[in-house]
Design a protein. Sequence first.
Length: 165
Amino acid sequence: MNIGKLTFFCGKMGAGKTTKSREVSCHQNAVLLVEDEWLASAYPDSIKTLDDYIEYSGRLKPQMKVLVQSILTSGANVVMDFPANTLAQRAWFKSIFSEIQAPHELIYIDQPNEVCLRQIAKRLVEQPQRAATDTAAMFELVTKYFVAPTADEGFTTTTITPAER
């Protein structure tokens, strides 16, 4: 049986995870699943705070895990634009691929805070509907919980760092 590869991302808010996920999904001819799109569709206008995000994201995870495992066992690759920014989030991803012994790749986009904040400001201009959640204050709040991946977690990791200037 041919099992597809799961690719997922770690990086602070505004680091470029969504942009990179679209690029990788095209390159791998993979199914792309975007958490923001699923949350907006399933729970429209419900996410205003970090607590709201945690609640609704948690509701989505059990069904998403089953869906992703089903796609992977069909042989298709899956790229997930869902954050793997904390130990608990990465443990969830590990449960997805390890239970079915699927190959995986964690792409860590290591951007400095200043770059992330500039990209968040740019995104607000392009997507004003995100004004309630895509703010410098929200960035500061969620960054407190950010934990960069380490080798001892056991992931196949690719790290992307800012280009030398």
